[in-house]
Design a protein around this ligand. Structure first.
Ligand SMILES: Cc1ncc(COP(=O)(O)O)c(C=O)c1O
Length: 501
């Protein structure tokens, strides 16, 4: 019998969940409460593990893994198969800025659903979408369409290598750019020691097993917002095919413009040496500004990669936009001629499939036509939540705060705020505190019991679909949870302010 066809699989019993919590009584009690509330979700997650479908994109939790199995979503609401309803603060990794199933996007897809073409056809909507992306994105002469952020980044890397005839790609320590070698190398884990002397670059190091081994002739790893990066680029200029950078790394979401000067210097040094500069705008695109980080920071890269475009609907579409001479290395003149000319191959069967293009076009048009109102609404929610948490922190002495900005990933943080100039090392140091990690995990589970869904960290991503009442509910859930945790002495020492009068 195949494992997937085993509907009799049972949820892990409470004793085995207890075992996963070890000696942690507070976690055990909370895990039990969550487990009682969502038995069907747990049963399905058990089956998912047996059928090996339990990949991180679906089950992004710290152990014990207690995912909710989702049945329905609309706007900022989510319901699991046990009938529990949540205000969603995950929002498809922050991508669903219009909420789940945004009506204008759903309407456009519905209209095409029964009459559109499948994979492998050319349509008017592809042209309209690429023209719209080119209109919105600075420096976008050409636009290529893909389906994952990682695929778009890998395409830009190949285009840069093809155009320059070089191999070496520079990226920044701690940056994730998707599920491929350049994306995953040096993207996670404890940082290399910077040491006290001049930074000489970090050795390429795979994050996880199974990756092809990259030599230092293929990958140069740089420190972000650090003079040494510019020196290293100059030193390796003759070999560099491209420099890939996330303009607002995960540890800088609270200060998205803090590295502007560095990024301008990066632009200058890459331009001076004729090295393509690639912005990873998978998160910042069409959000930090309508034209992404390039517009927000007034810096034009040579290529920019966009992703998470219509993830609120779960129909993926991503893009590479940039200079004509770079993207034209993949431009087709017909397959036979391309092969003879040695063109860059960037194609897949489902590329620019009709429904994904229709959804992305509807989403982008809606953003273009309503951007100020959408941003005002999300920023307003963010500001209210930030102020009310600050007020709670002042009164309770519990240093909870919102980290992030309304147009990027936002998390709930405990302890001292990260400085605007925080680096990857500061962030990893904070994340590697077991007390803090545990407190954040407990907080996530407490929030779940109070009808607020957020995976492990906990994220606090807000959308235009959230309401003022949702924000009230979220504030009450966070305050309640933290007061219970503080009473049990579970807000870690060193992460609490002194009591205020
Ligand atoms: C900055 C950044 N770049 C690239 C990616 C990869 O995108 P995808 O998961 O669509 O491949 C991600 C995914 O979270 C990301 O955050």
């Amino acid at each position: 019998m195949s494992l997937t066809a085993d509907p009799t699989a049972t949820a892990p019993d409470l004793a085995s969940l207890d075992a996963l919590c070890g000696a942690d009584a507070a976690l055990r009690e909370l895990v039990r409460s969550v487990a009682r509330r969502q038995p069907n979700s747990l049963r399905l997650s058990h089956r998912a593990h047996r059928a090996a479908t339990s990949l991180p994109a679906n089950l992004p939790f710290s152990p014990p893994v207690l995912p909710i199995c989702c049945e329905w979503a609309q706007g900022a609401r989510l319901r699991d198969i046990d009938g529990n309803e949540y205000i969603d603060c995950h929002l498809s990794y922050s991508a669903a800025i219009l909420g789940h199933n945004p009506p204008p996007v759903v309407a456009a897809v519905r209209q095409k659903l029964a009459g559109g073409v499948g994979a492998g056809y050319f349509s008017a909507e592809q042209v309209e979408l690429t023209e719209l992306v080119a209109e919105l994105v600075p420096g976008a002469d050409r636009v290529g369409l893909f389906h994952t952020g990682g695929e778009a980044i890998a395409a830009s890397v190949r285009l840069a290598r093809a155009a320059t005839g070089r191999q070496l790609i520079a990226k920044f320590e701690g940056s994730y750019h998707g599920s491929h070698e350049v994306g995953l190398y040096n993207s996670a884990g404890l940082p290399e020691a910077v040491g006290t002397g001049p930074v000489t670059g970090f050795a390429p190091r795979p994050s996880g097993s199974g990756l092809r081994l990259l030599s230092d002739a293929e990958l140069l790893v740089l420190p972000f917002d650090h003079e040494a990066a510019l020196t290293l680029i100059t030193r390796h200029a003759a070999d560099l095919a491209g420099v890939l950078v996330d303009p607002v790394p995960r540890y800088r979401t609270h200060a998205p413009a803090a590295a502007r000067e560095f990024l301008a210097a990066l632009r200058a040094v890459t331009a001076e040496h004729g090295i393509p500069l690639i912005f990873d705008e998978v998160i910042t695109g069409f959000r930090l500004a309508l034209g992404g980080a390039q517009e927000a920071l007034s810096i034009t890269a040579d290529m920019a990669c966009f992703g998470k475009l219509t993830s609120g609907l779960g129909i993926p579409l991503t893009a590479v936009a940039g200079r004509a001479d770079l993207l034209d290395t993949a431009r087709t003149d017909g397959l036979l001629a391309d092969a003879a000319a040695g063109k860059t191959w960037l194609s897949s069967t489902n590329q620019a499939n009709h429904l994904a293009v229709v959804a992305a076009l509807a989403q982008l048009r809606h953003l273009r036509d309503n951007y100020p109102e959408i941003v005002d609404r999300i920023s307003g929610h963010h500001a209210v939540l930030r102020e009310r948490l600050a007020d709670f922190a002042r009164r309770s002495g519990i240093p909870v705060h919102l980290r992030g900005n309304p147009r990027h990933v936002t998390v709930l943080a405990l302890g001292a705020p990260l400085p605007d100039t925080a680096g990857y090392h500061d962030w990893v140091r904070e994340l590697s505190s077991p007390e803090l990690a545990r407190a954040l995990q407990l907080l996530s589970l407490h929030l779940r019991l109070r009808g607020v869904y957020t995976p492990g960290m906990p994220t606090m991503n807000l959308s235009a679909a959230h309401t003022e009442a949702d924000i009230d509910h979220i504030v009450a859930a966070i305050s309640d949870s933290l007061l219970v945790m503080a009473e049990q002495n579970l807000v870690p020492h060193g992460h609490r302010h002194k009591e205020q009068p």
